[in-house]
Design a binder for this molecule. Structure first.
Ligand code: ADP
Ligand code: MG
Length: 237
């Protein structure tokens, strides 16, 4: 039986897509079969980050009732990593029914060791549908107080809905001198700190190349932090 993990946050731009891609590639390199799902239906961009640019059938077609989910799953160039991509055009967005996400994703539970869902930020319907497709959640935040509190709010809602909150990831740490340190962040969040990912240009470069940092620059501090996160996620099984 696979684990389905929602990657979530209160605000946009915290690094959910980056984390989904890097954690997928990291878990894949550790021998686990992974499906990365672009659950951000209105702002799909996980395919770019995973270097897939020729997906004809997408999750949107599945949610529109026009394709079988098995036809929307692609292999990537990364060991053991598969992708369920989204469409980027608005016509597809209008046709896709986000409420079908949970049943669609849960139907794949037995086919992979891990399904990681890149979710939209916030608590709107499309975000809730994506987040509630998971059975566990990883909260992604930046070291700023409003980001921490918004993400904590999402964590509380998901916990009430029955998801197991694995903990939070403090991403982009070290970008400014006023960053909230990990210990203080952990006190605010009231869930375990899974990893601190530093601000690292290698991460953005990898994103631009379509090769997540764990493969693009494995010796970078950012890549090493994502590998540690993968090991922590395995440990929490
Ligand atoms: P989200 O999916 O939460 O909206 P993204 O994953 O798209 O956020 O990240 C937003 C931007 O921040 C991207 O350009 C990404 O490359 C960059 N980024 C994310 N994490 C880091 C990091 N630790 N160091 C440097 N840049 C980062
Ligand atoms: Mg994103």
């Amino acid at each position: 039986m696979g684990r389905i993990i929602s990657i979530v946050s209160g605000k946009g731009g915290t690094g959910k897509t980056t984390l989904t891609a890097n954690l997928s590639v990291a878990l894949g390199s550790l021998g686990k079969s992974v499906l990365a799902v672009d659950g951000d239906l209105t702002m799909a961009n996980l395919s770019l980050v995973l270097g897939v640019d020729d997906a004809e059938v997408t999750l949107h077609d599945v949610l529109a009732g026009e394709a079988d989910v098995k036809d929307a799953i692609y292999i990537t160039q990364f060991e053991n990593v598969h992708l369920l991509p989204g469409a980027v055009d608005w016509e597809h967005v209008l046709k896709a029914d986000p409420r079908k996400l949970p049943e669609t994703i849960k139907s794949l539970k037995d086919d992979f060791d891990f399904i990681l869902i890149d979710c939209p930020a916030g608590l709107q319907l499309d975000a809730m549908s994506a987040m509630l497709s998971g059975e566990e959640a990883i909260l992604v935040t930046n070291p700023e107080i409003s980001c921490l509190t918004d993400t904590m709010k999402v964590g509380i809602v998901l916990k009430k809905a029955g998801l197991a909150i694995l903990g939070f990831v403090l991403n982009r740490y070290g970008r400014t001198e006023r960053d909230i340190p990990p210990e203080a962040a952990e006190e605010v969040m009231e869930v375990p700190l899974l990893a601190v990912i530093p601000e690292d240009p290698a991460i953005r470069e990898g994103t631009l190349e379509g090769i997540p940092a764990v493969k693009y620059k494995p010796e970078s501090e950012g890549a090493k932090a994502f590998m540690k996160l993968a090991e922590e996620v395995l440990r929490l099984a």
